[in-house]
Design a protein around this ligand. Structure first.
Ligand code: THU
Length: 150
């Protein structure tokens, strides 16, 4: 697929865009399916084309088939041919009540690194105005990625 000029990158993200992503992730927590852990997670992914993909954790009675919110969002995007990403916002809390910042689990960090690379901006939101931002490089230093196997 031919690479289009990016509409937004992790470098050009404005505070208002970050606030919007944080707000969207908080609004999407109601879509979590977490009847086993009761820990609800919501993610909102922004591609460099400016498209938005939402994701939630979706659990399973057999536990292992469960998927985290971040990977749900990424898999939706990648399955629709999206390949370049600027940012992902996420939030989580027991019974959908967000009390603290929710950081991506180790497996998600690896999956985020695959498509987001070291520059991806990860926004961990408590409220639309209260969030922590970290790059993937900070969350997964010395990450193993596509360039290692090329
Ligand atoms: N969870 C996520 O969706 N993302 C993370 O990065 C951390 C954990 C989900 C998995 C499981 O459904 C629930 O939170 C409790 O671990």
């Amino acid at each position: 697929m031919e690479k289009k000029q990016a509409v937004v990158t992790s470098d050009t993200l404005t505070k208002e865009q970050i606030r919007e992503l944080a707000a969207k992730s908080l609004a999407g927590i109601k879509n979590s399916y977490a009847p086993y852990s009761h820990f609800h997670v919501s993610a909102v992914l922004l591609s460099e084309n400016g498209n938005i993909y939402t994701g939630n954790n979706i659990e399973n009675a057999a536990y292992t088939p469960s998927v985290c919110a971040e990977r749900c969002a990424f898999f939706k995007a990648v399955s629709e041919e999206e390949r370049d990403f600027a940012a992902i916002a996420l939030c989580g809390g027991l019974k959908g009540v967000v009390k603290d910042y929710c950081a991506p689990c180790g497996v998600c960090r690896q999956a985020l690194f695959e498509f987001g690379g070291p520059e991806l901006n990860v926004i961990m939101a408590k409220t639309p105005d209260d969030f922590i931002e970290r790059s993937m490089d900070e969350l997964l230093p010395f990450g193993f990625g596509p360039s290692n196997v090329a």
